[in-house]
Ligand binder design. Structure first.
Ligand SMILES: Nc1nc2c(ncn2[C@@H]2O[C@H](COP(=O)(O)OP(=O)(O)O)[C@@H](O)[C@H]2O)c(=O)[nH]1
Ligand SMILES: [Mg+2]
Length: 444
């Protein structure tokens, strides 16, 4: 996973909010401090961290939760949104005929990324060519040529010719029949004026639509200075952050992106030509927070309409019939993996312990339960405690299933009932009522 450490610390902060019994100023403050620590450790720029903290504090304490969202979910959602704002919008590199120029310091991953990008466009059906305009580093030509040949991609280079703009010009001419032309350039170990001059010279002849700055995720605060220098020289249209698969921190590069008001187009997550991903801010943050795709989950939860309402009042009094359980399972089945949803909702923090079996409410299992329940009498459905071994036999015969399956259904019921009792014990009555409503009628 990308940025494991950062993700872990942020998750910790959110968990605290999720499991708190009440949301107040000190709690928000504590969570904000934890988020700050996590971001600073990942090399995110101090100013950006402070701005983000202010926004979270302000919104968490001032904004009213939208209908159907409780205060804790609301705050979690605010943190999620503000983190997306921090990493910025994604920069869309269109799938069309174009020239792309890659710039960046030595070792940042330009040459590898040239091959990755070419593979990406080629796969989308665009004929792609790669041009080696790195005339500075010996070996640059051979490295790129080998990468391209392995991927069956057209390559142009002029080994030994030191005039980078001339090589680029000849390369564009040689590749004129191709849809996407990717120009790889040289770097230096540090930000040097002759590198910037060289980029300006190549830029003049190439006139690329996309000028992508390639940055190593391990870069700290120098990232911003680099981004500014390249941006001033040729006007950066987007950033590619490489090596996000490593233990890198990533925050330096992300800060550079935010400061120069550019945006991330792709991320590199490995050394092979396939290890390139389009960058999508919301997906990136969801993954970082380990919540799967929050957006999809939230949307899915909103779509679910439970036909019959769960009898909240009677569950409150401690009655949880088989029918209630079935309705719960049906609702959860519609929402998708229960485990993920429980982790998202404040209930996740309540320590409800269900076995993996309880989590896996498949359509299949629901269908079988339905059949079994159809063979039960009303009093059995209302009060499963009265179901003796003899009755189990009768029910399994009547439903054409097995006694084991009937017992499994009863066991699931007991486990859920216990979980619900635990919740009732641990919380105030009002909260409990709201939670049950949410479980029965998930509307986001
Ligand atoms: N793990 C990992 N390694 C990468 C990634 N991108 C590039 N590299 C490695 O970083 C090193 C430098 O890459 P290179 O493309 O030659 O950088 P350049 O000097 O900017 O052209 C090489 O060993 C690459 O295999 C990435 O996304 N993940
Ligand atoms: Mg290179």
């Amino acid at each position: 996973m990308v940025l494991d450490n950062l993700g872990g610390s942020l998750r910790g902060a959110l968990k605290k909010i999720a499991s708190a019994s009440r949301l107040d100023k000190p709690l928000v403050e504590e969570a904000v401090r934890e988020i700050q620590r996590a971001l600073l450790q990942a090399d995110v720029n101090v100013k950006l961290v402070m701005n983000l903290s202010d926004r979270i504090r302000e919104r968490a304490l001032d904004e009213k939760p939208p209908a159907g969202m409780n205060p804790r979910e609301h705050v979690i959602n605010i943190v999620y949104q503000e983190l997306i704002n921090l990493v910025g919008k994604s920069s869309e590199v269109a799938l069309k005929k174009q020239t792309i120029m890659l710039v960046g310091l030595q070792g940042s991953g330009k040459t590898t990324t040239a091959a990755k990008l070419a593979t990406f466009f080629q796969r989308k059906g665009l004929r792609t060519a790669v041009i080696c305009a790195d005339t500075f580093r010996a070996g640059a030509y051979d490295q790129l040529k080998a990468l391209c040949e392995r991927q069956g991609i057209f390559f142009y280079g002029d080994k030994g010719n030191p005039d980078a703009p001339a090589v680029a010009t000849a390369g564009l001419e040689a590749a004129r029949r191709y849809d996407v032309k990717i120009v790889d350039t040289a770097g230096r170990h540090a930000l040097e004026s002759d590198l910037i001059q060289e980029m300006e010279d190549i830029h003049k002849v190439v006139q690329a639509e996309q000028k992508l700055l390639v940055m190593d995720a391990a870069l700290g605060q120098q990232a911003s200075e680099q981004a500014r220098a390249f941006n001033q020289a040729i006007g950066i249209t987007g950033v590619i952050i490489t090596k996000l698969d490593g233990t890198a921190k990533g925050g330096g590069a992300l800060s550079a992106v935010a400061e120069t008001r550019s945006s991330v187009a792709f991320i590199g997550v490995g050394e092979t030509p396939n290890d390139l991903e389009r960058f999508e801010a919301d997906r990136f943050i969801s993954r970082l927070l380990g919540m799967g795709d929050i957006k999809t989950l939230v949307e899915r939860a909103q779509e679910v309409q439970v036909d019959e309402e769960v009898d909240v009042e009677s569950i409150m009094r401690g009655k949880f019939s088989l029918k209630d359980m079935y309705k719960q399972m049906e609702a959860m089945n519609k929402m998708g993996p229960l485990k993920q949803i429980l982790q998202m909702l404040p209930m996740g923090g309540l320590g409800i312990e269900l076995s993996d079996k309880e989590y896996q409410i498949t359509k299949d299992r629901l269908d079988r339960y339905r059949v079994i329940m159809d063979s039960m009498t009303d009093s059995e459905l209302e009060d499963p405690k009265i179901i003796t071994a003899n009755r189990i036999k009768r029910i399994s015969l009547g439903s054409g299933t097995s006694p084991e399956l009937v017992r499994e259904l009863l066991k699931s019921h007991t486990a859920m009932q216990k979980a619900i009792k635990g919740m009732r014990g641990g919380m105030g009555k009002m909260n409990m009522k709201r939670l049950m409503k949410r479980m029965g009628q998930p509307k986001g």
